[in-house]
Design a protein around this ligand. Structure first.
Ligand code: NAD
Ligand code: TYD
Length: 339
């Protein structure tokens, strides 16, 4: 791996991936392009700021002129994490989702194509497949049937990547991963939201009957899978990524509560999310068989590690939850949003 452009590297998975790449690839140069929305936080990468192989660039993936300049300086590979990523927000306003997830991906594809980028990995999600019933798993050939504006915008970006490869010979690959958890996840997503609520002595809002199923993977395992795809994946292919860890939200919540030493009175059943996908489950046999990747973390150990991380990094999440962080970024970069 030579000069790698990571977009959205100041977010949850992107920042974990930047750290993973610098640790695993001695000869890599990482350029992190991030516009720092409410979900982007440079504190996520303060430990690598001094690494001579790492550069941060503040900017937007929809900015064609900036992408032209950046890729003109020589980029060998692109991995696109930059996105609006929260389903509940997409139900309130889909405009930023279409702008970043669809138009941003198109601008990246065009710039990468103009400048002869050799490999382009689109970081997508299992949510593009829609919802499963009680049986079965998503494979790479499951038809796309996205149900939220978030997953619809991700599916649109996947289709652009497919079309650029099919018709233009562009070197795109797509990964579709299940729900991630681990350090630096923004506390609007269920695991860090519930953990931090419990640390604050508050209740946790469980949607509907709590029986929706998600398939969980530790973020480091996802990063290793992305590394394997970037290095060894075949151009034009889709790779599902998952760790065979299906849990109902209720079961997940009970484990989180137990890990925090609280009792189940902390659960507050609240109104369901509109259009709430019932079940996700990933068949990841293709990446395991073809690229030799498999997850290295057990759910209970990695959840315990995640709980410890949030306990030890109270300043990180308290700042975000209190709104100080929002004010800081508003002033600094004009970004909006919050928890
Ligand atoms: P996140 O919301 O934590 O981070 C997104 C990052 O993108 C932020 O740093 C943000 O500032 C940046 N960004 C947003 N708009 C931008 C723009 N226009 N230009 C440049 N940067 C921009 O998201 P995440 O959870 O880390 O997810 C990263 C990617 O992985 C997303 O594409 C998401 O769809 C995908 N994914 C996430 C999960 C999950 O469980 N979180 C699972 C599978 C796939
Ligand atoms: P989330 O972390 O938003 O991820 P996604 O919607 O992309 O799967 O939600 C994970 C599951 O947890 C999902 O079924 C919705 C549920 N959930 C709650 O029950 N309460 C909450 O406050 C949140 C944020 C999510």
């Amino acid at each position: 791996m030579k000069r790698l452009l990571v977009t959205g590297g100041a977010g949850f998975i992107g920042s974990n991936f930047v750290r993973w790449a610098l640790r695993n690839w001695a000869d890599v140069d990482v350029v992190n392009l991030d516009v720092l929305t409410y979900a982007g936080n440079l504190a996520n990468l303060s430990d690598v700021e001094g690494d001579g192989r790492y550069t941060f660039m503040h900017g937007d993936i929809t900015d064609a002129a900036l992408l032209d300049r950046l890729m003109g300086e020589g980029i060998d590979a692109v991995i696109n994490f930059a996105a609006e990523s929260h389903v509940d927000r997409s139900l309130m306003s889909s405009e930023p989702f279409v702008r970043t997830n669809v138009v941003g991906t198109q601008q990246l594809l065009d710039a990468a194509r103009r400048h002869g980028v050799e490999r382009f990995l689109q970081v997508s999600t299992d949510e593009v497949y829609g919802s499963l019933g009680a049986e079965g798993e998503f494979t790479e050939t499951t038809p796309l049937c996205p149900n939220s504006p978030y997953s619809a915008s991700k599916a649109a970006a996947d289709l652009l990547c497919h079309a650029y490869h099919h018709s233009l010979g562009f070197p795109a690959m797509i990964s579709r991963c299940s729900n991630n958890y681990g350090p630096y996840q923004f506390p609007e997503k269920v695991i860090p939201l519930f953990l931090t609520n419990l640390f604050e002595g508050r209740k946790v809002p469980l949607y509907g009957d709590g029986l929706n199923v998600r398939d969980w993977i530790y973020v480091e395992d996802h990063c290793a899978a992305l590394g394997a795809i970037l290095e060894k994946g075949s151009l034009g292919e889709v790779y599902n990524v998952g760790a065979d860890c299906e849990l109902t939200n209720l079961d997940l919540t009970k484990r989180i509560i137990a890990a925090c030493g609280r009792d189940e009175d902390s659960i507050e059943y609240v109104k369901d999310r509109p259009g709430h996908d019932r079940r996700y489950a990933i068949d990841s046999s293709k990446i395991r068989g073809e690229l030799g990747w498999s997850p290295a973390h057990d759910f209970d150990d990695a959840l315990a590690r995640t709980v410890r991380w949030y306990r030890d990094h109270e300043d990180w999440w308290r700042g975000i939850k209190s709104g100080e962080y929002r004010e800081y970024y508003q002033k600094q970069y004009g970004g909006g949003g919050g928890v």
